[in-house]
Design a protein around this ligand. Sequence first.
Ligand code: GDP
Ligand code: MG
Length: 441
Amino acid sequence: LGGSISRALAQMSNATVVDEKVIAECLNEISRALLQSDVQFKMVRDMQSNIKRIVDLESLAAGANKRRIIQQAVFSELCNMLDPGKPSFTPKKAKPSVVMFVGLQGSGKTTTCTKYAYYHQQKGFKPSLVCADTFRAGAFDQLKQNATKARIPFYGSYMESDPVKIAVEGVERFREEKSDLIIVDTSGRHKQEAALFEEMRQVAEATKPDLVIFVMDGSIGQAAFDQAHAFKQSASVGAVIITKMDGHAKGGGALSAVAATKSPVIFIGTGEHIDEFEVFDVKPFVSRLLGMGDLSGLMNKIQDVMPAEQQPELLQKLAEGTFTLRILYEQFQNLLKMGPIGQVFSMFPGFSSELMPKGSDKESQAKIKRYMTIMDSMTDAELDSTNPKLMSESRIIRIARGSGRLVRDVMDMLEEYKKLAKMWSKMKLKIPKNGDMSAMT
Ligand code: GDP
Ligand code: MG
């Protein structure tokens, strides 16, 4: 999807004259790509006519840049498609709520339940986990292991085969224990599909969840809409989580899931590990969908904002998979010089939304400057290390003191660095060793 859309947009920018024909071709190309990426026909058609309307209106203004307008229109239409217009239920501390997870077997429910519990535990909640999957042998063991690692209370049974009974018992038990976030994991498979949906209906009826979360594998094909719709009908789904976004999936099915459930995406899963879990942020997600978070997009942007003489050196380092704090520092310097940085940061798939505050570029700049001050208090060895996450606690305290920042700021900075370094290490194989970018697309 991303590839063809960015290609369509690129072709359009290459055309010297952007007239109606070029716009129509571009829109057709984008529509084809969206259809291929499991987006429902009706949604694509709506988007197409919305964009035509916007471009027509805007083009009335003399000298308007149509390329920019259509690019922005596609971007904001995709953002709109991901926004159902109402927020989902959010749990409140010390106010007991029940959250039920549904989704097909293998979508990542059990893993995501624990991530969701852990995320809230870090925020001061008292979460608990109930295993109502009695279909799959080993389901309880898996949940038990995950929960034990994260020190989250759990409930389940090896003997009982009635999922409704277990769910009710678990919810009651944790209500008594004053858990404020009771998470119910369910089965994703049955002898017959109809039986699975009937089971979801019964579990939901018995536990009266405040929120039902539909978990979907980000790489799912055309089935996304129907699958989401089927779960929505058996239990009233109120939110969506897309998993396995660390792989090649661009998550185009998210558009269908939002449309089918009329619920927002709230988190994405970015790995098997418990903390590989991010609050969903629509703009970086759409950037990625459009291929703007791709390596080639990032490279073009780097070439735009970076002094030419620095480029070969950076490309060489990228080819080696080396990403040190010093490289990050140099990139920060370039970005502050060149701006607007928000746009550039949306190219980095690994950057959390923290670094790109919703508001202004000013906020991002302040954050970057803060991070640079912290790095100024580090030693050369630390800046050039390929493993600064092993930095000792005493060093972190010293660096915080030296830069006049909080220990938490230093930890935040290292956390951002870690995410980027991880992304970088995944990229390394894709970059030609000689750094010759022309070979890549
Ligand atoms: P369930 O059957 O829906 O409960 O799915 P599981 O939680 O058992 O997950 C199925 C597989 O997907 C497991 O191997 C998980 O480790 C893996 N998985 C879940 N979420 C993610 C993710 O975000 N990224 C990756 N790479 N793997 C994931
Ligand atoms: Mg499971």
